[in-house]
Design a protein. Structure first.
Length: 88
């Protein structure tokens, strides 16, 4: 029987995380061996072309967001200069 300290049963406990418990019970060597096997045989890695396309997409999105933030900053500074000009 597992003791839970969370108000919601089965959500969590005050003990180590399940992954940490798994590492402790199975041994560190076995953990790294299985992690390596999973990384090599089960993970689907993107092709070089897919990686390049994703990088270009991220750069374009970053540029667009940077331009939007710059426009907002410029507009806000002009509005604040106008407001302060009225007050002083």
């Amino acid at each position: 029987m597992v003791e839970h300290w969370s108000p919601k049963p089965g959500v969590g406990s005050s003990s180590l995380s399940s992954r940490a418990n798994y590492i402790i019970t199975m041994g560190l060597k076995t953990y790294f061996k299985e992690s390596y096997t999973e990384l090599v045989h089960k993970v689907t890695w993107p092709t070089w072309s897919e990686l390049q396309n994703s990088a270009v997409l991220v750069m374009v999105a970053t540029l667009i967001i940077a331009l939007i933030v710059a426009a907002m900053d410029f507009s806000f500074s002009r509005i604040m200069e106008f407001v302060y000009g009225l007050l002083y």
